[in-house]
Design a binder for this molecule. Structure first.
Ligand code: UDP
Length: 394
């Protein structure tokens, strides 16, 4: 059988975790295609991997539709949505399988593949619950998935459970954990800290885009209980959460943390920065679908403290590979940070075994192989829905 041609679809071209995963997943699919709604770093990444990119002619701005908002907000955009669905259907006809990597891409791809009669895979990178999505959005997605998706790929058991709890068909779901590799970095943490211009003394870091549910504000509240502890907050508001970013800065000033907290913005050297801090804190207040940041901290070999919500417990091996704290509890977080900042043989052993476990469980090659295998199965007809005509013909 010839290699199938896959059309990878994503609504945003900004690189958050899901787009980083896609940029890796497509590596074995040089010569296939990508359908993107807008220009940006993901467009360049797809072209760099040898994919032919089709850019929706009227797609710019569609990524601004809020996923927790009312579907009524989509009405003024209806003309552009329809045009994009038709364009996507045309692109799909030149491919064997369509692979939607984001929730908005999936909704449009579900309609387009219905027209083009192509099998559809949804890589669902989200927790489909009320903390992240409005009810109408969840219902729409689950109904479309149950009716149209040949497979739904999720990065964790937590994401799988949320999909099923929202009404999604369990038989569609395959868990493929996100994978990533980090190049070895021989630099000593103290030398790195100096080279990066970071302060001496107890130092923690938060490494996530700025968004209310990522919970950076909880770390600021925890720091008020931890005199002498400094913090770097790395990441930017990637999807319009500028008011939250401003609120964080104001909160740091109000709480008198101005000289202990540094906002470093969006960085491309996260693993080096992680190596330079004493602990990585991941304070999400809503369930994490995965959290590449957690795996990066484990691979780098730095202690991790994370909210016990969503996939964090899976990744941190129920607390064996890091410290789990209740979400949105600044006092519990402060206690955990204080404990982790005291070096001990037990903590050093935990960090070493977390590193070994992350290398074994979360490699990028394993993820690429699992996704490619699934795409090949779908292209060969596994999970492909019978066309509506099949019943009549029989
Ligand atoms: N990241 C980055 N620069 C930053 C902040 C974060 O490159 O300034 C990376 C981080 O290292 C991780 C990804 O963004 O690889 C975030 O993925 P994750 O799954 O943790 O969260 P998401 O953004 O997908 O919710």
């Amino acid at each position: 059988m010839r290699t199938p041609r896959v059309l990878f679809v994503n609504h945003t071209s900004t690189m958050s975790g899901a787009e980083m995963v896609l940029a890796d997943v497509v590596k074995p699919w040089r010569g296939s295609g990508a359908f993107l709604f807008e220009d940006g770093p993901l467009d360049r990444a797809m072209r760099g991997q040898g994919l032919t990119v089709v850019r929706a002619r009227r797609g710019t701005g569609l990524s601004g539709l809020r996923r927790d908002g009312s579907l009524l907000r989509a009405i003024p955009l209806a003309g552009r949505l329809v045009a994009t669905v038709l364009e996507l259907a045309r692109a799909a006809r030149g491919h064997d399988v369509v692979y939607a990597n984001s929730q908005k891409a999936f909704v449009l791809a579900a309609l387009a593949t219905g027209i083009a009669r192509r099998p559809l895979v949804w890589h669902l990178h989200d927790i489909l619950d009320g903390a992240h999505f409005g009810r109408a959005q969840r219902e729409l997605q689950v109904r479309l998935a149950n009716a149209r998706a040949a497979r739904v790929v999720v990065p964790s058991s937590a994401a799988a459970a949320a999909f099923v709890a929202a009404g999604g068909r369990a038989d569609l779901v395959e868990v493929v954990a996100n994978g990533l590799d980090l190049p070895a970095d021989p630099a000593a943490p103290a030398a790195l800290r100096e080279a990066l211009g970071l302060p001496a003394g107890p130092l923690i870091g938060v490494f996530s885009r700025l968004a209310p549910w990522k919970g950076q504000h909880v770390v600021l509240e925890a720091l008020t209980r931890l005199p002498g502890v400094r913090c770097v907050i790395v990441g930017a508001a990637l999807f319009g959460e500028d008011a939250y970013a401003a609120r964080l800065r104001a909160l740091a000033a109000e709480r008198g943390l101005g000289d202990r907290v540094r906002f470093l913005g969006q960085r491309s050297d996260v693993p080096r920065l992680m190596r330079a801090v004493d602990a990585v804190v991941h304070p999400s207040i809503a369930p994490e679908p995965f959290g590449r940041t957690l795996v990066e901290a484990m691979l780098v070999g730095v202690p991790v403290i994370a909210s016990d919500a969503g996939a964090a417990a899976e990744i941190l091996d129920a607390g064996a590979a890091g410290t789990l704290v209740p979400a949105n509890d600044a006092a519990a977080l402060a206690d955990a940070i204080a404990r982790v900042l005291v070096p001990s043989p037990a903590l050093a052993a935990q960090v070493r075994s977390a590193q070994v476990s992350a290398r074994a469980r979360y490699g990028a090659a394993r993820m690429r192989a699992a996704v490619s295998d699934l795409i090949l199965r779908v292209a060969a007809g596994d999970g492909t829905r019978a066309s509506p005509m099949a019943g009549k013909a029989a």
